[in-house]
Ligand binder design. Structure first.
Ligand code: VG1
Ligand code: CO
Length: 541
């Protein structure tokens, strides 16, 4: 097979979820090829192995899929399973890897980052359990990419990605599959579609914003065709290469239209959105935004409403910056609560080991042991199943939840594309002061503990250090600080603010008022203005 000589790019270090760079970077000659070959060299698949390939449909998706197929052929794979038109949502790809017992998969996406020729692109490798490659593999891929001097690629024309069925490149069979069918079938197994269908037939109205990203075809099929939601319930349902010029990030800033629709007098009963690659969810009830941390807690508390979870939960896992609302549910249910670093790959081991059933992140990622990725539509369907059984509006369900478990006010403040030096200096200053913070009184709050989170995986003992600073105040409030691992411009500082109120506490504050003392404390402790030159966060969600 032809080998092409190449030289390394020094920047191919995979972040929180794979390698993410500007499209222009990916379009450099040999750039994508070097990274894919580094993956193949590291994972060393047996001859004839199956590889799943698909992406979120963003600009450059098809080009890299064709390259990946030719490289799979030259690297001894026997079969590539690819979604029609190169489309596979991240959770659907995870499911397909598991269902087809593939050796692994390449997911081409930069998730919530903007797309188009000036936007972002990304490549992520997932392993045989369907989840993102663990750090020891991504570290090895980076090491390999730093030394690469050749890659293997078959000489062949483009595969027709528009036609279902099998084609060949040399000995490699390429199987183009319907990207929705297997995923939709899995959802029908987990949830009571009859109950949801009856609720919708009874006049329950929903609005799902696919943000011109990959969930459009999935949502049309599942919510409209199978569950009977009227046409128009799914908006922005056609995937576009540039997501219509928007950030496909389902938060209160980028999904503003949905938010406003849900706050209007004639709002539907339930609103939701998903991100570029379909693994995240935003949930908004009529007149009420549900924070992702609260959503995780509410889903866990009510999971047994759905047939797939009727037997109860083995445990709940949340990323460290996610609020502690889920901890109280776990305590009440009498199941373990696991706190992991940011990024879905850490949940995979817990799910494989049967230590957790439901997992979630504050960034609007929720999922379960049905796949090994977070799953946007899964969260929407679990919510709908719960509402169909509980027969309560979202706002009432949450009010009841807070009366039962207490309420956690929560917000994340993002400072995007700040200078890397300023961001690093802020973190360095903070680390240097951690030991002196306990006992200090800041903005009326007393610091109880301060440390940097390190995680020891309970299943394999691997240690991940420097996973974000946490500052805990008397009474249970917290500030968490970390730098993003998915940005492509400068650095992004994330400041997570959390205030707990017990069941007998004040449960009806406006979030902004509830968190005002923590915002002040964050500025005092972190000196955000001085370090970043920013007066305020770019995104508050
Ligand atoms: C962000 C989120 C994190 C999520 C990651 C990938 O990472 O904070 O919770 O797992 O994106 O999500 P970071 O390092 O930028 O904070 V996705 O849907 O963009 O693959
Ligand atoms: Co995503």
């Amino acid at each position: 097979m032809p080998e092409i000589a190449t030289t390394p790019f020094p920047d191919q270090k995979p972040g929180t979820s794979g390698l993410r760079k500007k499209v222009g970077v990916f379009r450099q000659p040999h750039y994508a090829e070097n990274f894919v070959q580094s993956v193949f060299d590291v994972v060393d698949a047996p001859a004839g192995a199956t590889l799943v390939v698909g992406g979120d449909g963003r600009f450059h998706n098809r080009t890299v899929i064709q390259v990946a197929i030719r490289m799979a052929a030259a690297n001894g794979f026997g079969r590539v399973v690819v979604g029609r038109d190169g489309i596979l949502s991240t959770p659907a790809a995870s499911h397909l890897i598991r269902k087809r017992r593939a050796f692994g998969g390449l997911i081409l996406s930069a998730s919530h980052n903007p797309g188009g020729p000036d936007g972002d692109f990304g490549i992520k490798y997932n392993v045989a359990n369907g989840g993102p490659a663990p750090e020891k593999i991504t570290d090895a891929i980076f090491a390999c990419a730093c030394e690469i001097d050749r890659y293997r690629i078959a000489e062949a024309g483009d595969v027709d990605l528009g036609s279902l069925g099998e084609q060949r490149v040399g000995d490699l069979v390429i199987e183009v599959v319907d990207p929705v069918a297997d995923y939709a079938a899995l959802m029908e197994q987990l949830f009571d579609f009859d109950a949801i269908r009856a609720m919708i037939a009874g006049g329950f109205r929903l609005s799902f914003d696919a943000m011109h990203a990959v969930t459009g075809p999935y949502a049309h099929e599942i919510l409209e065709n199978r569950l009977g939601a009227p046409a128009g319930s799914v908006v922005n349902g056609t995937p576009l290469e540039d997501f219509g010029g928007h950030h496909p990030d389902p938060n209160l800033v980028h999904a503003r239209e949905l938010y406003e629709r849900m706050m209007a007098a004639d709002a539907p009963d339930f609103g939701a959105a998903s991100d570029g690659d379909g693994d995240r969810n935003l949930i908004i009830g009529r007149g009420m935004f549900v924070t992702p941390s609260d959503s995780l807690a509410a889903l866990a508390a009510n999971a047994t409403c759905a047939p797939g979870y009727a037997a109860g939960l083995k445990g709940i896992a949340r990323s460290m910056p996610t609020s502690q609302a889920a901890d109280r549910v776990a305590a009440t249910l009498g199941v373990p609560l696991h706190e992991t670093p940011t990024g879905w790959k850490f949940f995979g081991n817990l799910l494989d080991a049967g230590m957790a059933t439901i997992c979630g992140e504050e960034s609007a990622g929720t999922g379960s042991d049905h796949v090994r990725e977070k799953d946007g539509l899964w969260a929407v369907l679990l919510w709908l199943n719960i509402l169909a059984v509980r027969k309560l509006p979202v706002a009432e369900l949450m009010a009841e939840h807070w009366r039962t478990y207490g309420r956690t006010y929560y917000a994340r403040h993002d400072y995007e594309a700040i200078a890397t030096e300023g961001a690093d200096a802020l973190m360095a200053d903070l680390r240097a002061r951690l030991a002196t913070l306990p006992g200090e009184m800041v903005a009326g709050l007393t610091v109880e503990a301060a440390d940097e989170f390190a995680y020891t995986d309970p299943t394999d003992g691997s240690v991940s250090s420097r996973q974000g600073v946490r500052i805990r105040f008397k009474g249970g409030s917290r500030i968490v600080v970390r730098l993003s691992g998915t940005g492509t411009e400068g650095a992004t500082l994330r400041v997570y603010l959390e205030r707990s109120e017990p069941t007998e506490g004040q449960l009806d504050f406006a979030t902004e008022d509830a968190l005002a003392p923590l915002v002040a404390a964050a500025e005092t402790i972190l000196a955000i203005r001085a370090h970043t030159g920013r007066e305020a966060a770019d995104v508050v969600t």
